[in-house]
Design a binder for this molecule. Structure first.
Ligand code: 3H9
Length: 699
């Protein structure tokens, strides 16, 4: 066999097709062609059954995503799958690791399936803006029934081997080492004269009642808002129940191609690779030796500190929580126990796992207990003087080489590092709240942070389940600096004549998880108020915070006080527009002499999103972020930006930078605000006919 990614071997009565295409055995053209060639060989040899298995850490994890967007090369995956299902000898598949997307579709076209116990099986295409395009929408309902099939395909979440066995997706769990166990199982089937059993010829398992689709669409309406694939998926699963395989496959192909060629899928594929690119740092070699991190301490047992401690404990890393008084410590530890207990109640984790994680957390009031830790994360009050004091104490208490990290969202990490005699060991770690849930972690590189400290932190972040993005020092780093520009536009629009509901609805309809004013109410308006005061900005002295400051002075702090930009129903927490705020707005606009006008939703979206784009471009030019795709990842994972729009920088490219520059100039004209001057980087790229994406490859 010419192609090295698929090997065929005749083992007495068994023909073994072994796929070996690291790292995840994706179904590249070479693999597809290799399988067809293997089938040709097996057709005429003395094999009585074929066994498909994979080398390396996983079964096939799907189609090769890098091939999407290029001209398709034969054979197509549906053709390979049809050849497997229609093969005249029984074909069986042995799964391990992950059987995902096209990988699971291929397995479903085999006549029997078995898996090692820790295998995960799923159809995650929806996360790439796609749907299963090689029969998955038609074969999965035939095996597990339409209800579970719809849940799996529209969530993209994989299931365990046990669940797959219970649901009829696999026939057997394999024990022991993959290959010998798979061969034993196949020979048993052969001994039992197991017949060819094409999945496509089966009727749908346990057909659902007539309104299951309507229920599904209603339950998921909010989650799927604005997305193309989920509607098609529901239609196709229904078709599996009511139409022939041939008809179902034909419609599946049409829908798959519509999704594959859509801007949404291009955006989500960009996000897939962008998420994995964040760890590749332009100036730090990938093989930089890492510092071992075996024990960690977290300073401050408040909401943030507790959440951070949970991240380490849940990853099996012992963590000491440090407080200044016993009752603060006790409260913090109680809160952690409660959080874990809630997760167990909701079925997220087992009680057994959580008990083990809790054993990883201890508490102390004494910095002397930090002598042996390898990393400390400070999560005290967001105040420079307090942070400097803590870092002075850490410098004295911690061993040489211990990494000292500050969880700040705005402050100057260089100044904090200067409070120690070891600035090379100091780094910023901006976790997002709730820290045990939110995936994003901005890793802030200060001027003197050592390369191995950065690399260690980036790797450690992955170990605790985060998506780390390396950023440089500036006020607010990448995310909060951009947020400031975005939130400023929301405030100005209110004073110019929009209402809070209008601004929020426009942004939510565009795809943001929550509008900016609802976010402000959720976070608490007092936070920004305090931060402005700490920066020496007097309350109500600046136009863009005049409304927020006034609300705080009126004790309208947001959801926690029952009112902010909105009023909140005490029972349901539903937000209601408040005429009092509209009146307040008009008064403030009069006071500042801001003329009122009708404002359309398109202007709201343009102003908020282009403010992000312009600030993002300035951040890139200053080298605060390494590449545009890093900025996208920050905004998607930390600020509710719709992933199917690819992030603000990808979105700017999709508009075309010429269009972006022209619109920025129009906005300057319209508002008279010089802040709309296009960032020089945008001008440069637009003039050269280039995209922001052209900078992604510069690493
Ligand atoms: C599909 O199947 C469509 C069909 O229905 C229809 C077709 C007609 N292709 O994530 P990792 C790379 S759509 C190409 O860091 P892990 C990845 O970029 C597909 N490359 O490892 C990375 O490269 P690098 C449906 C892929 O252990 C390296 O492999 N399937 C693919 O944390 C390691 O990846 C999916 O959506 C791919 N399919 O996680 C599954 N997958 O080292 C997508 C990975 O250069 N994959 N790479 O940065 C995953 O979810 C995870 O990669 C997996 C492993 C769980 C498998």
């Amino acid at each position: 066999m010419q192609d090295v990614s698929v090997h065929y071997e005749l083992n007495n009565t068994l023909g073994i097709i072994r796929i070996d295409n690291p790292p995840v055995n994706a179904l590249s053209q070479a693999v597809r062609a290799g399988i067809i060639e293997a089938l040709e060989q097996a057709r005429s040899d003395s094999s009585q059954m074929l066994l498909v298995l994979c080398a390396g850490r996983t079964f096939i994890a799907g189609a090769d995503i890098t091939e999407f967007g290029k001209t398709p090369q034969p054979p197509s995956l549906p053709d390979v799958i049809a050849a497997l299902e229609g093969f005249p000898k029984p074909v069986v598949a042995a799964l391990h690791g992950t059987a995902l997307g096209g990988g699971l579709e291929l397995a479903m076209a085999c006549h029997y399936r078995a898996a090692l116990p820790d295998t995960r099986l799923g159809l995650p295409e929806v996360k790439l803006g796609l749907l299963p395009g090689a029969g998955g929408t038609q074969r999965l309902p035939r095996l597990v029934g339409p209800e579970l099939a719809l849940e799996m395909i529209s969530s993209g979440a994989p299931i365990t081997a046990n669940k797959a066995l219970e649901a009829g997706l696999i026939d057997q769990i394999l024990e022991g080492e993959l290959e010998p166990a798979a061969i034993r199982w196949a020979l048993t089937l052969l001994a039992d004269s197991a017949p060819v059993r094409p999945t496509g010829e089966r009727p749908v398992a346990a057909p659902a009642d007539t309104d299951f689709l309507a229920r599904h669409l209603k339950q998921n309406a909010r989650k799927h808002r604005g997305q193309l694939a989920p509607g098609y998926i529901a239609e196709l699963v229904e078709l599996a129940q009511n139409a022939s395989l041939e008809e179902g496959l034909k419609r599946e192909r049409e829908c798959f191609l519509a999704c594959k060629n859509s801007p949404q899928s291009a955006a989500l594929r960009h996000v897939f690779f962008a998420e994995r690119a964040t760890g590749k740092l332009p100036d730090i070699p990938a093989d930089t030796p890492l510092r071992p991190i075996k024990r960690v301490a977290v300073i401050g047992a408040g909401t943030m500190g507790g959440g951070i401690a949970m991240c380490f404990a849940s990853a099996g890393i012992p963590v000491i929580l440090v407080e200044t008084a016993q009752d603060y410590l006790d409260n913090g530890l109680d809160k952690i126990r409660q959080n874990y207990a809630n997760s167990v109640k909701r079925g997220r984790f087992s009680a057994e796992a959580v008990a083990g994680w809790l054993d990883n957390i201890s508490g102390t009031l004494d910095y002397a207990d930090l002598a042996e830790v390898d990393l400390v994360i400070e999560a005290v009050f967001e105040n420079m003087a307090v942070k400097k004091e803590v870092f002075g104490k850490l410098d004295a208490a911690c061993k040489p080489g211990c990494i000292l990290a500050t969880n700040t969202s705005y402050l100057d990490v260089n100044a904090i590092a200067a409070a120690t005699r070891r600035p090379a060991d100091v780094i910023g770690a901006h976790f997002f709240s709730p820290a045990n849930v939110m995936k994003l972690l901005e890793v802030v590189r200060a001027e003197k942070t050592a390369a191995d400290v950065v690399q260690t932190f980036m790797k450690l972040a992955r170990t605790i389940g985060k998506i780390p993005v390396a950023v440089g020092v500036c006020h607010g780093f990448v995310g909060n600096r951009m947020l400031r520009a975005y939130a400023r536009q929301a405030q100005l629009l209110l004073l110019e004549g929009a209402t809070p509901s209008q601004v929020d609805k426009a942004m939510e309809n565009w795809g943001m998880a929550m509008g900016p004013l609802a976010v402000g109410d959720l976070a608490g308006l007092d936070i920004g108020y305090r931060s402005r005061r700490d920066q020496g900005i007097e309350p109500r002295s600046v136009l863009e915070s005049a409304l927020a400051d006034t609300l705080v002075d009126m004790d309208r702090l947001g959801q926690k006080s029952g009112a902010g930009y909105y009023r909140y129903d005490p029972e349901t927490r539903a937000r209601q527009a408040d005429p009092e705020v509209d009146k307040l707005l008009r008064d403030i606009a009069d006071e500042w002499q801001v003329p009122q006008r009708e404002i359309g939703d398109e202007e709201i979206v343009d102003r908020l999103i282009l403010a992000l784009v312009n600030e993002g471009a300035a951040i890139l030019q200053e080298g605060i972020a390494a590449r545009p795709s890093d900025v996208d990842i920050v905004y998607i994972n930390g600020y509710g930006f719709p992933s199917w729009r690819g992030g603000p920088m990808f979105y700017a490219d999709s508009l075309g930078l010429d269009t972006v520059v022209a619109r920025l100039r129009e906005l300057r004209e319209l508002t008279g605000d010089d802040g709309w001057e296009p960032a020089p980087l945008l001008l440069e790229l637009a003039a050269a006919g280039n995209s922001l994406a052209s900078l992604n490859g510069r690493v």
